[in-house]
Design a protein around this ligand. Structure first.
Ligand code: HEM
Length: 436
């Protein structure tokens, strides 16, 4: 009872402090004409969420913040218990991506755009048979470790970490593990970045984002169709994802004709390439801000202590996750947090922003969330979704990010020569680092 009261007081105290800091920050930014820029920063978002968690944990607004997908307004959900509730209630809170997915594939939906259905189970099941959990130890870790080590071996005191490491390694993983043509890295990076931007980041449906994304989709479809046709024409006995897809096709597995294989692969590639890169850069940036954590990570990297290294890196990523919210649309009038004082009615059609960034800083769920504490219970992290649509590549992410950064972290005197440069996209294109 006393402990519960203490937690509530902590929540309200943090909310008040955040509110006061926001007023100062917002006033300064507003005077400088930089309000939207400041609010786009993870640090400011954390302050907004701290205030909301304390005083308006479930906020329902008529305002439409997202216009790329049809909706009647917005609901913002900030407490850990409620964020996970929303992301578990698939029948009430539906994914919205279907129309854009169909434009990417020029026809069919991809399983992230599907509701809980026979089609969803069919496609996820087939892809789980070709991208297997045991592949993480067998293929993902060795390939990522080898590619990252080779890049670092050529680096003499400086490296464009985004341009030459974190974008390259996922693209090479695609070539070697998926069995897709090597040597097309630049195109693959550009296509998947454009498509991801359009599908998940372009909330206003802007033409300058959709046009290049749909052009990228068309080119990527041809590239994949050609790769599939080439494998049919010249079969190999490689144990790669493409051959496993064709083995399922030969066995008559539904949904795995050539177009089905291509559509599933395009979805996975969009999920894999820009995300692993951006997540690694965000993690590294957070680490470089914390000398003690950086030293611990470097010690773990040098000692080949992958578990400890992963704990430190994913705690760093918690402070700046790739997506601060996961969005859904209410399929009918629904109540969230029923039976509590914060229960809220959400009308049908509202876009619901389940704020995973906020959930990971909720003092009612996590012990001392503002502290950097590696090794927290894994279920406290919502770094790549929650519930039915949790990231298909979750196990790959947990292994690949530490392996990609490990050879860099083994170097001494690591420091950034400049902040990450996104080259006009939401994804880091360059991040120059110096080391000895
Ligand atoms: C650290 C890197 C990554 C991050 C931050 C990330 C993030 C996410 C998030 C937030 C979701 C849930 C979206 C939603 O519920 O609306 C998701 C789903 C998904 N991700 Fe990832 N992802 C990453 C890496 C990957 C990789 C490596 C792959 C491919 C192997 C991948 C493929 C997918 C797919 C296919 C889904 C949809 C799952 C489903 O609908 O069941 N992602 N990811």
């Amino acid at each position: 009872m006393i402990q519960a009261l203490g937690l509530r007081l902590g929540l309200w105290g943090a909310g008040l402090t955040a509110g006061a800091r926001l007023v100062g920050l917002g006033f300064g930014a507003w005077r400088a004409g930089r309000l939207s820029e400041v609010l786009a920063q993870t640090h400011s978002q954390r302050l907004v969420f701290a205030a909301l968690r304390a005083f308006a944990p479930n906020l329902v607004l008529k305002r439409r913040f997202i216009t790329a997908y049809e909706n009647t307004g917005t609901a913002i959900i900030t407490r850990h218990a409620d964020v996970t509730e929303v992301l578990q209630r698939d029948a009430d809170f539906a994914v919205v991506y279907e129309p854009k997915m169909r434009l990417i594939t020029a026809g069919e939906n991809f399983f992230l755009g599907m509701q809980d259905s026979a089609e969803y189970t069919r496609d996820v099941s087939a892809m789980r048979l070709v991208v297997r959990r045991e592949d993480v130890a067998r293929y993902v870790i060795p390939i990522v470790a080898e590619e990252a080590a080779a890049i670092l071996a050529r680096a003499k005191g400086d490296l464009d970490v985004a341009g030459d490491l974190t974008r390259r390694v996922p693209a090479r993983l695609v070539a070697r593990y998926f069995g897709l043509p090597a040597g097309d890295e630049d195109r693959l990076i550009a296509w998947t970045t454009a498509m991801f931007w359009y599908l998940f980041v372009d909330l206003a449906g802007e033409e300058h984002i959709s046009r290049p994304a749909l052009e990228a989709a068309a080119a990527c479809r041809i590239w994949l169709d050609d790769a599939i046709a080439a494998r049919h024409a010249n079969p190999t006995d490689a144990d790669d994802v493409l051959n496993r897809c064709l083995a399922l096709q030969a066995a008559g597995v539904p949904g795995m004709d050539d177009t089905g294989v291509r559509n599933n692969l395009i979805g996975l590639l969009i999920g894999l390439v820009p995300t692993l890169s951006k997540a690694s850069i965000l993690t590294l940036e957070e680490l470089l801000k914390r000398p003690e954590a950086l030293a611990d990570a470097q010690e773990a990297a040098r000692a080949d202590d992958d578990a400890r290294l992963a704990d430190i890196l994913f705690e760093a990523f918690r402070f700046s996750p790739m997506n601060p919210v996961i969005y859904r649309r209410a399929t009918r009038d629904v109540v969230v947090a029923r039976g509590t004082r914060r229960a809220v009615s959400i009308p049908a059609g509202r876009i619901v922003l389940a704020a995973n960034l906020s959930a990971m800083f909720d003092p009612l769920a996590l012990e001392c969330p503002e502290e950097f504490r590696p090794g927290r219970p894994w279920e406290h992290y919502i770094l790549w979704g929650y519930g039915m649509h949790t990231c298909f590549g979750g196990h790959i992410n947990r292994a690949a990010i530490p392996q990609m950064l490990k050879p860099l972290l083994r170097r001494e005197n690591l420091h950034a020569a400049a902040p990450p440069d996104n080259a006009g996209t939401p994804f880091p294109a360059h991040y120059p680092l110096n080391f000895t």
